[in-house]
Design a protein around this ligand. Structure first.
Ligand SMILES: *[C@@H]1O[C@H](CO)[C@@H](O)[C@H](O)[C@H]1NC(C)=O
Ligand SMILES: *[C@@H]1O[C@H](CO)[C@@H](O)[C@H](O)[C@H]1NC(C)=O
Ligand SMILES: *[C@@H]1O[C@H](CO)[C@@H](O)[C@H](O)[C@H]1NC(C)=O
Length: 426
């Protein structure tokens, strides 16, 4: 780890003395207590908890800033923000404006509002700044320091060059107010767009999508299907799920005594603003939100073999990163049966009104028959009319632009993976 000031991480902990036990447990479980935080004498901290309370009142809270487009947000973004948060006490996130994304990269898939909803829904984010500039100008940097009281600007370890070839963060570095985090391995928006585009052919065939704007086009995407046919949709995933990542994303707490447990299930494929909104509504109905995430084969049966776009573990991480979620079932049963309800002491089962068509499973019985009979089922209004397929359709509708953009990026990512070496995985 190349953080110059690892002690800062502990400053974050001082402010949450009540969380300390949980954090210690996580550290111990992961076995990274000493190497990760760079503190060798951890046990000495334990007996005297008063120092934490003292620090609590004395220390200024460290505010860190990180920005991004967060278009097609995935758990890689979430992980970057998790790491950024660990470098301070309060994380402020700048979300780049639609206009700036259009100017620099081409049209975004998600609107500013959707991207804001997604970013604000992450459990590590304390504040968001809408319409941030694509590049940190000197003027914006001073605004961050003076108006938003930012102590450090955080960026990933990929070089970020301005059009004139200079380092976009040179100023912040010179001021000693720059910190770096590691790129999250195994996922990128480029990769996800690739997966969506490579399902295009199948989607056109699927009658569920027969009204999609691209259905009349005869152009096909043979090339992406024929290269590397190893994984789903001809797309090679670099995702390497580890138990450690799941622990990092988890709250690590069960429901408290007398907690009212609310259950919601679904595919949660291509995690989007509609998911955030429905999870928020569901959480408000109780004290603990348990989310059942369907296994990959269940999603395929439900929506066709080209789905899910994101596999079970990827979908689980995206859901876990959401601040309204307390716990997930990784591979939930299609039917909410008595066993699930009893095991988790579920008081209420909810289901959103806007969900993907499940015509493929029409013949089978109602998955909510049991909670309905028990009188603990409720439909809740989905606040946004946005679904995984509607997001996928936007990409496919603009597939010429995205394909071109993606081809360029895929080449550089291929190079990255060809040359990559050991990554100290945090
Ligand atoms: C797509 O691939 C099929 C066989 O794999 C081939 O017959 C067809 O001509 C290809 N189409 C285009 C447009 O390349
Ligand atoms: C089960 O949930 C109910 C709330 O619906 C709560 O009152 C009860 O204490 C819970 N049972 C246990 C064993 O936690
Ligand atoms: C599936 O069921 C819904 C209502 O339960 C109905 O509206 C729809 O037409 C059915 N689809 C098929 C393909 O049978």
């Amino acid at each position: 780890m190349d953080f110059e000031s690892t002690g800062r991480v502990w400053d974050g902990v001082y402010h949450y003395p009540h969380l300390f036990g949980g954090i210690m447990l996580t550290c111990a479980l992961l076995g990274f207590s000493t190497s990760y935080f760079g503190i060798q004498s951890l046990p000495y901290f334990l007996p005297d908890l008063r120092i934490f309370h003292k620090k609590y009142y004395e220390k200024k809270r460290i505010r860190v800033y990180m920005d991004g487009c967060f278009d097609l947000m995935h758990y890689g973004h979430a992980n970057a923000l998790r790491q950024a948060k660990a470098l301070g006490d309060e994380l402020v996130v700048g979300v780049v404006s639609d206009e700036e994304i259009v100017a620099n990269k081409g049209p975004p898939v998600l609107s500013m509002q959707e991207r804001l909803t997604l970013v604000s829904g992450l459990k590590w984010v304390d504040e968001v700044i809408a319409n941030a500039p694509y590049e940190i100008t000197e003027e914006f940097m001073h605004r961050l320091f003076n108006e938003h009281n930012i102590d450090y600007i955080i960026h990933g370890d990929d070089p970020c060059l301005l059009p004139d070839g200079t380092d976009a963060y040179a100023l912040a570095k010179k001021a000693g107010r720059y910190k770096q985090i590691k790129r999250t391995e195994g996922v990128s928006s480029t990769d996800i767009v690739g997966r969506i585009l490579s399902t295009d052919k199948d989607i056109k065939v699927n009658k569920e999508f027969s009204e999609s704007p691209c259905s009349g086009k005869s152009e096909n995407l043979n090339d992406s299907q024929s290269t590397g046919s190893l994984a789903k949709g001809g797309h090679v995933s670099h995702f390497l799920p580890t138990s450690r990542r799941i622990v990092q994303f988890s709250n690590g707490k069960g429901p408290g005594p007398n907690a009212r447990v609310v259950y919601i299930d679904g595919a949660f494929d291509l995690f989007h603003a509609g998911h955030v909104e429905i999870l928020k509504s569901a959480r408000q109905l109780g004290d603990f939100l348990l989310v059942g995430i369907y296994a990959d084969h269940t999603v395929s049966e439900l929506r066709g073999t080209q789905f899910p776009l994101m596999n079970l573990l990827e979908r689980s991480l995206s859901v876990l990163a959401c601040r309204y979620v307390d716990e997930v079932i990784i591979g939930a049963p299609w039917e909410v049966n008595k066993d699930v309800i009893a095991t988790f002491n579920i008081s209420l089962v909810v289901h959103g009104t806007t969900s993907e068509s499940s015509s493929l499973l029409n013949g089978t019985s109602d998955p909510y028959a049991v909670p309905k009979n028990m009188g603990i089922f409720r439909m809740i209004e989905s606040p946004k009319d946005i679904t995984t397929s509607s997001v996928a359709r936007r990409i496919i509708a603009n597939h010429k632009i995205y394909k071109k953009r993606n081809a360029k990026k895929e080449a550089s990512e291929k190079k990255y993976y060809a040359e990559k070496k050991y990554v100290n995985g945090d």
